[in-house]
Design a protein around this ligand. Structure first.
Ligand SMILES: *Cc1c(COP(=O)(O)O)cnc(C)c1O
Length: 403
């Protein structure tokens, strides 16, 4: 066997081309608070990496972590009595929400393969879920403010609709869809509403200015909500939550095989996976335990200070505009009279990782606490980038991919 230090050296070499995400120059993929919190998350992740959440009997510790995480999430997201599961990420939480809606519609409305109605800004995980579950995903154009258009969505809800979706915040623009109005639409149509709070779930409740904004499980018509602990829950990657208001509706999520179904006896899993790693769950629990409510609020304040400073600065550069009025930590901007992607190329050449979008052509950013310290660097480099494109007239052929 090779010694540890040799193996470490080799993996560091292999990782040498990765973005350096501690320095605030990475504007997506990473949710980082500080070294101290990361160390807590890392230790818990390592200590529980071999624990298997498949068995609450063998590992009651992990089951307890999950129960506490779900209670924490339920209190934040509008129903302290909510029921649900810890999953491996936003995509899994969304697939589970769609599966529950599908099986509920099969049972209660005899709709075998219906449609789900989404704003154009909803995450591709809904299309993935529809693809896997034999459903049709119907995307509806947004308002001029880059939010779900309730009137158009109402028109798109046909007899075979089994789920309506809104986001808080949506990934491409960081806007919060009008969840109260979508809830009314859902109630009128007798269809459940899922709120995708994968990005916003563990940030927005800690932003004082948004305390009046209603988008959680408390809104009439909302049946389920997804919120990722590996985003603004600052856990190691691989952990999210899916919560429901109604126990009976939620009972359509688990899969079970009766004991006669195979040699091993009754088999029941709440989520998609069989074996589930304890590491991500423990790391999420450790972060919540360490931060408590006040710690999350302090981090949210820093994140929001960064978001406001970047958005204000971008607006002041001239030739750039923020899309819509994103109230949280995610936003996008485009250039007017210049090629946005060419500005992105210039930024990239100055050492920034750039999130490119295609409709409209824009640059998307999800800030977290380390971005506050590099605000001036970003705005200076962005102003230089705009000036460079203005004088060169460059048009970039770089395309937008979320990868
Ligand atoms: C990140 C995100 C998802 C998907 O989550 P993954 O953890 O990447 O699978 C879904 N919706 C929104 C709004 C997100 O921000």
């Amino acid at each position: 066997m090779r010694p540890l230090d040799e193996v470490v050296n080799k993996w560091r070499r292999i990782a040498s081309g990765d973005v350096d995400w501690r320095n605030g120059r990475t504007t997506r993929y990473i949710y980082f608070a500080d070294d101290e919190l990361e160390e807590i998350a890392r230790q818990a992740y390592g200590e529980f990496m071999s624990h298997n959440a498949l068995s609450a009997t063998a590992f009651p510790s992990v089951a307890e972590f999950e129960a506490q995480l779900l209670r924490f999430a339920g209190r934040l997201l509008g129903n302290a009595e909510a029921v649900g599961s810890v999953s491996s990420g936003g995509t899994e939480s969304i697939i589970l929400a769609v599966k529950t809606a599908r099986d509920w519609a099969r049972k209660t409305r005899a709709i075998e393969n219906g449609s789900i109605v989404l704003p154009y800004s909803a995450h591709p995980a809904f299309d993935k879920a529809a693809h896997l579950l034999g459903l049709r995903a119907e995307r509806v154009p947004l308002t001029a403010g880059f939010r779900a258009d309730v009137a158009s969505m109402t028109d798109a809800v046909k007899d075979d609709c089994i789920l309506v979706v809104g986001s808080a915040m949506c990934w491409p623009f960081g806007t919060i869809d009008p969840i109260v109005e979508l809830g009314r639409l859902a109630l009128d149509a007798d269809v459940p509403l899922h709120v995708d709070a994968c990005a916003g779930g563990f940030l927005l409740p800690f932003v004082d200015e948004l305390s009046e904004c209603r988008w959680g499980l408390e809104v009439p018509g909302v049946a389920s909500i997804s919120a990722d602990l590996h985003k603004y829950g600052y856990a190691g990657k691989g952990v999210s939550t899916i919560l429901y208001n109604d126990v009976e509706y939620a009972s359509f999520q688990p899969f079970s095989l009766p004991s006669s179904g195979w040699p091993g006896g009754a088999y029941r899993t709440p989520t998609l996976a069989g074996t589930r790693p304890g590491g991500p769950i423990a790391s999420a629990w450790a972060v919540v335990e360490a931060l408590e409510h006040d710690g999350f609020r302090a981090l949210a304040a820093k994140t929001m200070a960064a978001s406001r400073a970047w958005q204000r600065g971008i607006g002041e550069i001239g030739g750039l505009e923020i899309l819509g009025q994103p109230p949280g930590s995610i936003f996008a901007y485009r250039a007017t009279g210049l090629d946005t992607m060419a500005v992105g190329d210039e930024l990239q050449a100055r050492g920034w990782q750039v999130g490119r979008q295609q409709a409209p052509r824009s640059i998307q950013i999800a800030v977290n606490p380390p971005h506050l310290a590099v605000t001036d660097d970003y705005l200076r480099d962005l102003a230089e980038s705009v000036a460079a494109v203005r004088s060169s007239g460059a048009v970039s052929s770089t395309s937008a991919t979320y990868a």
